[in-house]
Design a protein around this ligand. Structure first.
Ligand code: FES
Ligand code: MG
Length: 590
């Protein structure tokens, strides 16, 4: 048993409120009907929610159904009572039209549960891409003690003696299929080989990124993010997480004490060092806004760009989740950054200790997988933030630009950081799939590919479609990537040199709505600019014409939620949150 709570538990308002005996009786009777006792509910034990994201519909998180048993044992051992409940499922690979639509819906549902039910603290069962930010966003809004438990990555995938990583193998297999090297059956076999067990994507995709960043933010137990789902250590940490949340309730340790600006800056640094997903800026911005921390998208460049890539995981590198865990996971990475003075060491974490106390001195166990700071895989591995007449803000991972790629677009051979070429523009992924391999589309090795109509409004939730493979006829000639620019997102498992998350999107009449196929475009990484090379007058004329025609057209909503979200969602540079929700902060304190 741990210390008794220092403050009155909020669950007492439901279960032990002599001033409102009528309602107390009503609240009590139904929670007794499955076998809890009056003594348990009225004895002042903390009531701990397990926000269960696992289900048959969400295979990445399904193992949480098993882990929850160990969480329960941990909670009970420390004198708490568990009420487990479902959260709206989000499966990245299963949800149409895109799982991006569901992050804010899941957030909304969880806020209602955490606020409206007798919960003193909550275990957030994070995992698949959007499940992590959705739950952290809700914990930020409600601000009751919360701890995140990752479900962990799948075991490494293998095919013919080589590691096959989630998502990354899909991009590779698509190219092989387009080039006629494999048939449909082999394509499916190759892709399936990357998923050998329960757990989430074993590459450094958005899931491993966001679970690592949850730890870097201080919201999960140190060392827990990287443990593969089927390992016994994963069960152990579930148990420890259950124990710890009861202590957190007793200590009244809330997300607002952990999710500080320093914590977000730590997470940005870690994201560069792990080679994290380009979805991370969207999700961290969303969490920051809901807890009330100012985190402009420019912080990704100022805090993160110069940090080197240390983690050698696919898609940027060679290895996968099991290797990452054995090499030391997040604490080993953080320690490398601590030694350079790059981490705010006094940032508080869920175990009640600081980031420095948790991570300082944690050694790398395998330097092939996690490189020492002095021998990085890539220097300056973070994002840069671009702006111009195409958009106010978009991000680019410059570390994946190959020398061969740079040379193809050089406008000036002395300047490897400026790209210029003609645009080919696609309106949404269907248009792209329809026309990409048609020679009449006019794509050459100098083309810059544009994807628009793929943002939070245009393709509700924002689709992961900006990384576009070149036409098959160019791939057979050895052109494996073209620059891709768009108002959608890109899968974290793709290593393409794309310019992403452009805000405002075409559907909100950003500059992307005005570009036409054939326009010349210049991307200058020296100045951080991205412009269509036409006059301001011409641009204004195009804007007037498009506005007069009713604005940029996008497909009609197919569900009520699509319509509701489209009417209130913000742009990706500011987190793509439900704009009206931001004013509800830390609501459980009132
Ligand atoms: Fe769920 Fe990648 S699809 S983690
Ligand atoms: Mg800072």
């Amino acid at each position: 048993m741990t210390d008794t709570p220092t403050q009155k538990l909020r669950s007492r308002a439901w279960f032990d409120n002599p001033e409102n005996i009528d309602m107390t009786a009503l609240y009590l009777e139904r929670y007794l009907n499955f076998g809890l006792s009056l003594e348990e509910l009225q004895s002042g034990k903390p009531i701990i929610g397990i926000a269960q994201s696992g289900s048959d519909l969400s295979p990445c998180n399904r193992h949480h159904l098993v882990l929850a048993e160990r969480v329960r044992e941990g909670v009970r051992e420390m004198g708490g009572i568990v009420l487990e409940f479902p959260v709206h499922p989000i499966q990245e690979t299963g949800k149409r039209p895109t799982a991006g639509l569901d992050r804010n819906l899941s957030y909304l549902g969880l806020v209602e549960v955490l606020y409206g039910y007798p919960l003193d603290g909550v275990v957030l069962t994070i995992g698949c891409d959007k499940t992590t930010p959705a739950m952290l966003m809700a914990a930020a809004t409600v601000n009751i003690p919360a701890i995140a438990l990752s479900v962990g990555p799948m075991l490494n995938g293998w095919h013919k003696g080589e590691r096959t990583g989630s998502g990354t193998i899909v991009w590779k297999a698509r190219q092989m299929l387009a080039a006629g090297e494999i048939d449909d059956a082999e394509f499916i076999r190759l892709v399936a080989s990357s998923a050998p067990s329960t757990g989430y994507c074993n590459t450094m995709g958005t899931a491993t990124t966001m679970n690592s960043l949850a730890e870097a933010l201080g919201m999960s137990l140190p060392g827990s993010a990287a443990i593969p789902a089927p390992y016994r250590d994963r069960q152990e940490v579930a148990y420890l997480t259950g124990k710890r949340i009861v202590e957190m309730v007793n200590e009244d340790l809330k997300p607002s004490e952990i999710l500080t600006k320093d914590a977000f800056h730590n997470a940005i640094k870690v994201n560069s060092a792990i080679g994290g997903s380009t979805n991370a800026p969207i999700h961290l911005a969303a969490i920051a806004r809901h807890i009330g921390v100012d985190l402009p998208v420019q912080d990704w460049e100022s805090e993160g760009h110069k940090v080197p890539l240390l983690v050698n995981l696919q898609p940027a590198g060679e290895y996968l989740g099991e290797d990452y865990y054995r090499a030391g996971g997040v604490p080993a990475v953080v320690n490398q950054l601590i030694e350079q003075g790059l981490i705010h060491e006094d940032a508080l974490t869920v175990n009640g200790k600081t980031m420095g106390e948790n991570c300082r001195g944690v050694a790398i166990e395998d330097e092939k997988v996690i490189r020492p700071f002095a021998q990085p895989l890539v220097e300056e591995a973070g994002f840069i933030v671009l702006s111009g007449n195409l958009f106010d803000a978009a991000i680019m991972k410059t570390s994946v630009i190959s020398p061969e790629f740079r040379e193809r677009y050089l406008s000036n051979p002395d300047d490897l950081n400026a790209f210029e070429g003609p645009a080919v523009v696609f309106d949404g992924p269907e248009d792209y799939h329809h026309r990409i391999d048609d020679p009449a589309t006019g794509i050459t090795p100098e083309t810059l590919l544009f994807m628009r109509g793929a943002g939070p409004i245009g393709y509700p939730g924002a689709a992961e479609v900006v990384n576009m493979r070149p036409p098959a006829y160019l791939i057979t000639e050895g052109v494996h990537s073209l620059p891709c620019i768009g108002d959608g997102r890109q899968s974290g498992t793709s290593g393409s040199p794309s310019i992403l998350n452009a805000s405002p999107e075409a559907a909100a009449m950003g500059g992307l709505a005005l570009i036409q196929t054939g326009d010349r475009v210049r991307i200058d990484l020296n100045t951080g600019s991205a412009n269509i090379l036409i006059s301001e007058e011409e641009l204004a004329e195009r804007r007037k014409t498009l506005a007069a025609a009713g604005g940029y057209k996008y497909p009609a909503s197919q569900t009520p939620w699509q319509e509701i979200q489209r009417s209130v969602v913000g742009q990706m540079s500011t987190g793509a949150i439900l704009e009206g929700a931001e004013k509800y902060q830390r609501i459980a304190q009132t």
